[in-house]
Design a protein around this ligand. Structure first.
Ligand SMILES: Cc1cc2nc3c(=O)[nH]c(=O)nc-3n(C[C@H](O)[C@H](O)[C@H](O)COP(=O)(O)OP(=O)(O)OC[C@H]3O[C@@H](n4cnc5c(N)ncnc54)[C@H](O)[C@@H]3O)c2cc1C
Length: 408
């Protein structure tokens, strides 16, 4: 059987590893952290995952938290009038199937231990170029699933396909216990303050049980771009609460009794959304193959990164299996990446579109969703199937046609 090495024990690397293992491949996964180090480390994401990507995990019997993790049953959207906290758009719609967000500090350690139990090989080492050279000699394929890790520098940025060359948001995450749940039903509650940034919140499961995850997306240089060092978790929590009071006061009220889940329950940072060439060339001329965030990194504004990582794991699993005993050539890598990218392209474009001021026709669409429940439902459920945003999210004529189709 074939030998595959995977660098990175995150969403895409481990999910792919389980899929290959189940088909009899010999799989080694390199992780720069042990399960205990991940459990005791900082939060990494808000990782809200929608139904289809969750189904890919279920297919591999990796859904250990279906019962314990709180369901997220809808999407709510509010838009403030510029320079005020008055809502000019506000609606919510139910998801056809619930989403869930499980702290990766809970998920990845459990998956790593499960992977070893099922016969996979874990190596706790930060893979560098020398490691990759050795692995390329002894494996049929070396997959780099290192997320934002340094080793990803091996892959060259695709300037034509990368819409931005700098971070578009200053990111902040705070995990809290004690937030008052929104009325009606649980949801990703998404709030937009034009010219300032966005705030969204949803229920999740963390190390200490149920919590809410607060996600702050500040326009760089703007009033939400002043996060303290994440090593001072109290200062981060206080800063987040201050932002809510100033820009999203109804959310601040819900957080009146909120407390940090733990002193590693905060994250602050920024990165440019980037698409790269998926073929990494080593000094010897050997090649390695990049997947998920390592080569297709998106801003978290639409909460799609883990979903795309799951989609990438599924797509690449199917492609590797289909390729059978053939050579994993440069052409195969390029073609497989193109296939995966074609699947997530609308998702990437939609995510990038959310980072820029919206054109009027899109504001009309969002406003109309407040009057037309079917449209609100379609937008909400597209968080699970973002490819359905094309073409009407992007093209004025198509948006108008869609609106007309809802009007008797
Ligand atoms: C603030 C924020 C909020 C987010 N919110 C959401 C959300 O709501 N929904 C959503 O779907 N996504 C969200 N994401 C994105 C999501 O977490 C990522 O897109 C997803 O985890 C990427 O999966 P991956 O497998 O590509 O990489 P990762 O999950 O990052 O895994 C990479 C792994 O590789 C390891 N590694 C790196 N280098 C090496 C090396 N040299 N050797 C060995 N191991 C190495 C890392 O330690 C890590 O464990 C968010 C991200 C951020 C930053």
């Amino acid at each position: 059987m074939r030998d595959i090495a995977i660098i990175g024990a995150g969403q895409s690397g481990l999910q792919l590893a389980f899929g290959l293992l189940a088909k009899g491949y010999t799989v080694s996964v390199y992780s720069d952290r042990t399960p205990e180090e991940i459990e005791n480390g900082f939060i990494m994401s808000s990782q809200c995952m929608f139904n289809t990507p969750l189904d890919y995990e279920r297919e591999l019997d990796l859904n250990f938290w279906d019962e314990s993790c709180p369901n997220i049953d809808g999407i709510a959207l509010s838009l403030m009038a510029p320079g005020t906290t008055d809502k000019v758009i506000s609606w919510s719609a139910r998801l056809d199937n619930p989403a869930q967000s499980l702290d990766q500090r809970v998920k990845m350690p459990r998956w790593i231990r499960e992977f070893e139990k099922r016969g996979g090989k874990m190596i706790y080492e930060s893979a560098d170029i020398d490691t990759l050279e050795k692995l390329a000699k002894t494996n049929d394929l070396v997959v780099i699933a290192s997320g934002k890790g340094e080793i990803g520098k091996l892959f060259k940025r695709d300037a034509e396909r990368s819409q931005f060359d700098k971070p578009m948001r200053a990111l902040g995450l705070v995990y809290v216990h004690g937030m008052t749940p929104r009325k009606d039903y649980s949801a990703v509650d998404f709030n937009i303050a034009p010219g300032v940034g966005e705030f969204f919140v949803f229920p999740a499961q963390t190390l200490t049980g149920d919590c809410h995850i607060l996600v702050f997306e500040g326009i760089p240089g703007g009033p939400m771009d002043g996060w303290p060092s994440m090593h001072d978790s109290k200062a981060c929590f206080d800063y987040g609460m201050q932002l809510l009071k100033t820009h999203f006061p109804d959310q601040a009220l819900l957080c009146k009794n909120a407390k940090l889940t733990d002193d590693k329950g905060v994250l602050a940072g920024r990165f440019p959304p980037t698409i790269k060439n998926p073929v990494g060339e080593l000094p010897s001329g050997a090649i390695v193959y990049g997947i998920a965030d390592c080569v297709c990194l998106n801003d978290p504004i639409t909460g799609q990164g883990s979903n795309n990582a799951s989609r990438a794991a599924k797509f690449n699993l199917d492609a590797i299996l289909k390729h059978g005993g053939n050579d994993f050539s440069r052409d195969w890598m390029r073609a497989t990446f193109e296939g995966n990218l074609a699947e997530v392209k609308t998702c990437v474009d939609w995510t990038n579109s959310m980072l820029l001021p919206p054109p009027e026709f899109r504001l009309n669409l969002l406003g109309a969703a407040g009057e037309i429940p079917e449209l609100a439902s379609r937008i909400a459920n597209n968080f699970n199937t973002p490819s359905d945003f094309a073409p009407w999210w992007f093209e004025e004529d198509e948006a108008n046609k869609l609106l007309a189709s809802y009007t008797p």
